[in-house]
Design a binder for this molecule. Structure first.
Ligand code: HEC
Ligand code: HEC
Length: 483
């Protein structure tokens, strides 16, 4: 009797727990591992549709050894030049999909939404080096090599359709009016461009690039309730905007509607992703002092940080801050014009792509896993936290993002990227050009240099904490490592 009562009680507790959305001890960690594995394998290529790179890519990368110095194509083009993270000799987020006898290079979310920091690969962190311009720029060269490989192109309609939509996407990514000028920056105007094209309009002169670093996904389950992206424009409507990306990839509105459920599924996968723990030692006495500094100087915008019984973060929604207060670069905001809103509303997907206007400003992001999210600010313009805590005009004006995720580029004291004007590897690359790429080599090897004087790259604004003493700054940094 006693035992069955106990049994009943535990069933009841189970029901209550799951109704309330609680997990059992270890549950969040287990489901995090599963969700990350599933997200890692996710791409939207099916039946010849979905974002894909030129169909020849996979075979070319296996069959050509392009460099004079004998470096593998995969490492030099896919990693150094296009910014893919390489794991087990394969680019993370590039899928070798079979379609009607072709091997399609499909692009998954994790190509951008996984990144390296201090030498480790972290799912849900933004890729610090992805370079969509370089991908777009090289696509037709790769396709020519493919043709060389086969002597002549296959001329069946399936091949041509897949190739044409890939080349169309590539052309959009490499359109100089809106293309990113630095690795790790993704211009959101390549999505806006579809709405202009759909309305038979050419891109307006001076359309801003709105290039941003890829945001981290931790805490997204709470964040999505207040709005997507750094400016809240997405109105809790990721599936709609993800669909807009597929449109930019050459899809038709009728077909992308069918992707909605799959995107919603993906959204639920990463809603509760857990952040990476700081991988080195933390001085807890110093961190405790830093917490006091944080509460005095930062908490009013960035909030408090609670943990659950397992020591895992309890996520909260970020707070929206007007541009007039934070004063960071406004290029990301400038293209959200009433006319653009009108184009969205009157597009064939106006019913499912929603937007909102929180006013001009940015969310003060929740700082969970902040040690790994450098370079800092929405446009990645500040290499490390110590640099962010300097008066804006004294911050680094130029720095290298080359190998940004490797351990030798990680500055434990200043928290973030070491400040180097790395040119030695770039020079080496210049001496080892790929045979077919000579003409653009110069341009494409300087893309790891972050120049804060460029449009959209300003490192000004966010003057908070800049008057703290040196000692307080290092205490604050120690505390940030614990988040
Ligand atoms: C080419 C790189 C790239 C790919 C591929 C990509 N994203 Fe993103 N993602 C971005 C960038 C850049 C932003 C920030 C956009 C902005 O600020 O407007 C973003 C924003 C987001 C956000 C909003 C995060 C927030 O803090 O509000 C979510 C969620 C997201 N992406 C999910 C996805 C999913 C799901 C996929 C796959 C279907 C995907 N992304 C594929 C680059 C990418
Ligand atoms: C008045 C509000 C406000 C205060 C106070 C404030 N911040 Fe911020 N913070 C913001 C906003 C808004 C952003 C986003 C700005 C952007 O990306 O352009 C931001 C961005 C950041 C980022 C970059 C996050 C990322 O993912 O790149 C860091 C790090 C940061 N703040 C740390 C701090 C620290 C440390 C303090 C205290 C010394 C502080 N902030 C005080 C509003 C504030």
């Amino acid at each position: 009797m006693g035992r069955s009562l106990l049994f009943l009680a535990s069933i009841l507790a189970l029901a209550i727990f799951s109704l309330a959305g609680f997990d059992f001890p270890g549950g969040r960690i287990q489901s995090d591992i599963k969700a990350k594995e599933a997200f890692k394998n996710l791409n939207f290529f099916a039946e010849g549709r979905g974002i894909h790179l030129v169909p020849g890519l996979i075979e070319v990368s296996e069959n050509f050894n392009l460099t004079k110095s004998g470096l593998a194509l995969r490492d030099v083009i896919l990693h150094d030049r296009w910014g893919f993270n390489i794991e087990n000799h394969w680019p993370v987020g590039l899928f070798d999909e079979e379609f009607k006898g072709m091997r399609i290079g499909a692009l998954g979310c994790v190509a951008c939404h996984s990144g390296r920091a201090a030498g480790q690969l972290i799912l849900g962190l933004g890729n610090k080096n992805i370079d969509v311009f370089a991908i777009g720029r090289d696509a037709s060269y790769i396709e020519n090599l493919y043709i060389e490989l086969h002597r002549q192109p296959r001329n069946d309609p399936d091949f041509l359709a897949v190739r044409d939509s890939a080349l169309q996407f590539a052309k959009l990514l490499s359109n100089r009016k809106i293309a990113n000028t630095t690795q790790g920056m993704v211009p959101v105007s390549f999505i806006r461009a579809w709405f202009y094209k759909n309305a038979n309009l050419s891109l307006p002169e001076g359309l801003t690039r709105g290039a941003v670093k890829v945001p981290p996904l931790w805490g997204y389950g709470e964040k999505r309730k207040v709005g997507q992206f750094s400016d809240g424009y997405g109105n809790g409507n990721l599936p709609g905007w993800a669909i807009a990306v597929e449109l930019s990839g050459g899809q038709r509105p009728e077909t992308v509607r069918s992707y909605l459920p799959k995107i919603e599924e993906a959204e639920n996968l990463f809603s509760d992703f857990l952040p990476p723990k700081y991988p080195f030692e933390i001085d807890s006495t110093k961190a405790a002092k830093g917490k006091v500094v944080f509460e005095k100087t930062c908490v009013r915008c960035h909030g408090q940080y609670q943990i659950d019984g397992e020591g895992l973060p309890i996520y909260e929604a970020p707070k929206f801050i007007p541009l007039s207060v934070v004063n960071t670069d406004d290029d990301r905001l400038a293209a959200n014009t009433p006319f653009f809103n009108h184009l969205v509303e009157t597009s064939p997907l106006g019913d499912i792509i929603r937007h909102t206007d929180l006013g001009r400003g940015y969310f003060a992001p929740r700082l969970v896993g902040i040690w790994s999210r450098f370079p800092y600010l929405h446009n990645g313009s500040v290499p490390n936290i110590f640099n962010l805590l300097k008066p804006p005009t004294q911050r680094s004006k130029i720095f290298s993002v080359q190998d940004a995720g490797e351990e030798f580029r990680f500055d434990k004291a200043k928290l973030g990227l070491t400040i180097e004007n790395l040119t030695h590897r770039e020079a080496k690359r210049r001496n080892a050009p790929f045979t077919p790429f000579n003409a653009e080599e110069e341009e494409l090897t300087t893309r790891t240099k972050y120049n804060t004087q460029e449009v959209g790259h300003s490192n000004l604004g966010h003057p908070f904490g800049t008057t703290l003493s040196q000692e307080e700054k290092y205490q604050l940094i120690e505390y940030l490592k614990t988040l």
